[in-house]
Design a protein around this ligand. Sequence first.
Ligand code: SF4
Ligand code: SF4
Length: 473
Amino acid sequence: MYRADSLKAEEFMDDGEILDTLEYAHRNKNNVGLIDEILAKARKRKGLSHREAMVLLDCEIPEKIQEIYELAEQIKKDFYGNRIVMFAPLYLSNYCVNGCLYCPYHLKNKHISRKKLTQEEIRREVIALQDMGHKRLAIEAGEDPVNNPIEYILESIQTIYSIKHKNGAIRRVNVNIAATTVENYKKLADAGIGTYILFQETYHKQTYETLHPTGPKHDYAYHTEAMDRAMEGGIDDVGIGVLFGLEKYRYEFVGLLMHAEHLEAVHGVGPHTISVPRVRKADDIDPDAFDNGIDDDTFAKIVACIRISVPYTGMIISTRESQKCRERLLHLGVSQISGGSRTSVGGYEKEELPEENSAQFDVSDTRTLDQVVQWLMELGYIPSFCTACYRMGRTGDRFMSLCKSGEIQNCCHPNALLTLQEYLQDYASTKTREIGEKLIEEEMKKIPKEKVRETAMKYLELITHQGQRDFRF
Ligand code: SF4
Ligand code: SF4
């Protein structure tokens, strides 16, 4: 039986409720009256239930689909302005004991190079990332209690935070590791992580079990209930996601929103971020082997419907997607992207030889961070390296209540400009700096509160002419 506030996966991710929702949405996909009602509710910017959202996703009426896109764009602008937060993944180890059929790190893959970074290698990777201009990382590691125990992850986090190279610093470390115990989540919280990210991959239990035939990840309930344990362990910000292509997208979409509703119902705070990866080609993985791949139009509609259903949740897209696809999705709701990413272990300090081959997937967008920053600014976006909330303790429900009150905008905009100025001073090419300085000048004028504007101007001056760093609102 479906219960959003249950702690049991089989109840809060009830298969019957998902199937009923899909049937309800199918029946109502051309019900103009209902669709208008849902759109009117969405315009209030308080979000939608999974049933309402699914009706919009199924809607086939061209004018209504257009309205969905326009509303998603508007909500994106209202909540996130033209800022895009930048981050990079850092692969620590690709040792893994699981048997995931869609990932080349699965245990049986004998021709991929297995690598695990030493603390000294991590130091060199982090310096390379700092020299690109990154301030926010997502660390990734396979599940392997012998090679990648929690102590290794904790030590690595400590190493990353400790490195101060020139003006560089990693100010927020998000963590993407396998589902674990409350005790281990407590340790991660104590280590000062930002968001704990764990993709569900698929919410469909039977498909999940087929795709994870061996290893601890096979346990659907343990994996699906991981975010509850993470929150119990004191991690305020969690990031969820599915791997589109594994199961039918309609099922996954409802599952994602039910998961978000569940976290809100139990912990009073929904997910901090939602990621929307699609299956990519990788060593011994052919995306065509999965029948449920989605085209770019469906993908865009999913992003738009997520945006209007959970306006307060950041949405992340990685370099799995091409420049063209990323450009389209930025308008519709994506608020965070990676740039200059390497998906191999140790790939930042030196590029891998082809035979080394330790990458998790092939990157589509292969541009450097500087090129991505420049491209974003040419599109009218402000690339932001801001990590202020986390560092000022604005996490979990404190972050959400600020966000819901609309006040967060008074911090994000100036913070984005100040961190962009740091980037321009320390890392940008001449052309990027020129474009950026003009953009900052224009955007500074748009800070509504005079006092904030004056303070931001003063900080900007100190960054540019006094070499000072790390100001934040
Ligand atoms: S998806 Fe994660 S758990 Fe599965 S094989 Fe890859 S690294 Fe291991
Ligand atoms: S002020 Fe907070 S919400 Fe805004 S960009 Fe910075 S970290 Fe994100």
